[in-house]
Design a protein around this ligand. Structure first.
Ligand code: PEP
Ligand code: MN
Length: 361
C-alpha cells in the first residue's frame, strides 16, 4: 500500500487519519495482540510502536531495537496494517528500512538538534518514505520549520507534522502543554502538510485525552497519533497515558467532527485567545518575579534602616514609564494607573517585611 496515497486520500476527504499503537514495542505478544484489536476495528490507518526510546534519564527501558522491528514486520505482513516508528539517526533509518517499515517519525528530542535532523535528512535523500516531524520540545516555530526545510532541501516530499506539546515547568494540567498557537502557525506556513495531533504526550494521562482530541479536531488537525496498549497499566514506558484499544474507540466515538468551513471563524478567535492566555500568564510570571525583587529590596532597606518610599526613585520610574508608554503608543494615564497599583502592592509587601506589627493594648 502506498501510504502517501492513503494520506492524501484521507486528507482530501477530510477524514482524520488515525495512528495508534503502544509507546514502545515490548514483546511479540504485546505488539501483535494490540495490533490485532486495532486492525479489527477498521478505524486505524497506521500502527505505531517505538523501537528506540529516547528517555530523559538513563537506566529506563530504552527500546527493543532490531528484535522489535521483526515484530512490526509481522504486523505489517500478517495483519495488513502499515507500520510507523521513530528514528533518531542514520543507523536506525537503515535498520527500519531493512525491515520495511512504512513510515517514520522524528521525535521531539531529535527535532531540537539541527545536527541530528541534518544526519536524518542526508540518510533519507533519494528515499521514498513518508516522514513525520514532531515539534521540538521547546515552543520554537523556527526550529520546527528548520527541521522541515532540512528534509525538503534533500528532495523529500512525503512530509507531515506531529504536534506533541512543549516542555513547560510547573504546568500540572498537561505533561506537555499544547500551546496551540504554535501548530496553528505551522499550518499557516505549511498549509499542504498533514498536521497530526499527539494527545497522549500532550495529556500525559488518560482522563483528558478526549478533551485534547476534541480541541485539535476543532482546530482542523488532519489526524491523531494515540498511544494504545493491550495492558496499559503494565506498559514499560508512558503507562499513565496509554489506553486499551476499547477505550481508544470509545474516546474516538465521542468526538464531535465539525464542518471545517464553519470552523474558520472560531479558529481565528481560538488563536487570538490562546495568544492572550499566554501573554496573561507571562505577565503574571513577570509580576511575580518583580515582587520577589521587591522583597529583596525590602530586606536591604530593613538592614540599612532606609525608608520604604524613596520618592526620587519613584519619580524616576514614573518618568521612564511615561516615555516608554508613549513610544509604545500606549495611553500614559492607563500605564501610570497600572504601575500605581503595582507600587502600592510593593509598598505593602515591604511594610510587612520591615515592620513586625505592634500589638495594640
Ligand atoms: C513517543 O512517541 O513515544 C515519543 C517518545 O514521543 P516524543 O518524541 O513526543 O517525546
Ligand atoms: Mn510515549
Amino acid at each position: 500500500m502506498n501510504i502517501q496515497d492513503l494520506l492524501l486520500g484521507k486528507n482530501k476527504s477530510n477524514q482524520p487519519l488515525f495512528i495508534a499503537g503502544p509507546c514502545s514495542a515490548e514483546t511479540f505478544d504485546q505488539v501483535f495482540q494490540t495490533a490485532k484489536y486495532l486492525k479489527q476495528s477498521g478505524k486505524i490507518d497506521l500502527y505505531r510502536a517505538g523501537i528506540w526510546k529516547p528517555r530523559t534519564r538513563p537506566g529506563g527501558f530504552e527500546g527493543m531495537g532490531e528484535e522489535g522491528l521483526k515484530w512490526l514486520k509481522e504486523v505489517k505482513e500478517k495483519l495488513q496494517l502499515p507500520v510507523i516508528t521513530e528514528v533518531a539517526n542514520s543507523e536506525q533509518i537503515e535498520l527500519a528500512l531493512k525491515y520495511q517499515v512504512d513510515a517514520l517519525w522524528i521525535g521531539a528530542r531529535t527535532t531540537v538538534n539541527p545536527f541530528s535532523v541534518q544526519e536524518i535528512a542526508d540518510a533519507l535523500e533519494g528515499m521514498n518514505i513518508p516522514i513525520f516531524i514532531k515539534n521540538p520540545v521547546n515552543p520554537d516555530v523556527e526550529l520546527w520549520s528548520g527541521a522541515l526545510e532540512r528534509l525538503m532541501k534533500k528532495g523529500i516530499t512525503q512530509l507531515g507534522l506531529i504536534h506533541r506539546g512543549f516542555t513547560e515547568l510547573g504546568n500540572t494540567e498537561y505533561r506537555n502543554p499544547p500551546m496551540w498557537n504554535i501548530p496553528i502557525e505551522m499550518k499557516r506556513r505549511f498549509p499542504n502538510l498533514l498536521l497530526i495531533n499527539d494527545p497522549s504526550h500532550i495529556a500525559g494521562k488518560r482522563s483528558i485525552l478526549g478533551d485534547v482530541i476534541q480541541k485539535a479536531a476543532d482546530l482542523e488537525f488532519n489526524g491523531f497519533i494515540i498511544e494504545t496498549h493491550i495492558d496499559p497499566d503494565h506498559a514499560w514506558s508512558d503507562a499513565k497515558q496509554q489506553v486499551t484499544p476499547e477505550k481508544l474507540f470509545e474516546i474516538i466515538d465521542h468526538i464531535q467532527w465539525r464542518n471545517p468551513q464553519q470552523g474558520e471563524q472560531p479558529n481565528q478567535l481560538a488563536l487570538c485567545r490562546e495568544r492572550i492566555n499566554r501573554i496573561d500568564k507571562e505577565l503574571l510570571q513577570l509580576i511575580a518575579q518583580r515582587m520577589e525583587i521587591i522583597k529583596e529590596i525590602g530586606q536591604y532597606k530593613k538592614e540599612h534602616k532606609m525608608t520604604i518610599l524613596q520618592s526620587h526613585r519613584w519619580s524616576e520610574i514614573v518618568n521612564k514609564l511615561t516615555q516608554q508608554a508613549e513610544a509604545l503608543n500606549l495611553n500614559t494615564d492607563f500605564v501610570l494607573k497600572l504601575f500605581d497599583c503595582l507600587h502600592i502592592e510593593s509598598i505593602q509587601l515591604q511594610d510587612k517585611i520591615m515592620n513586625t506589627k505592634r500589638e495594640v493594648e
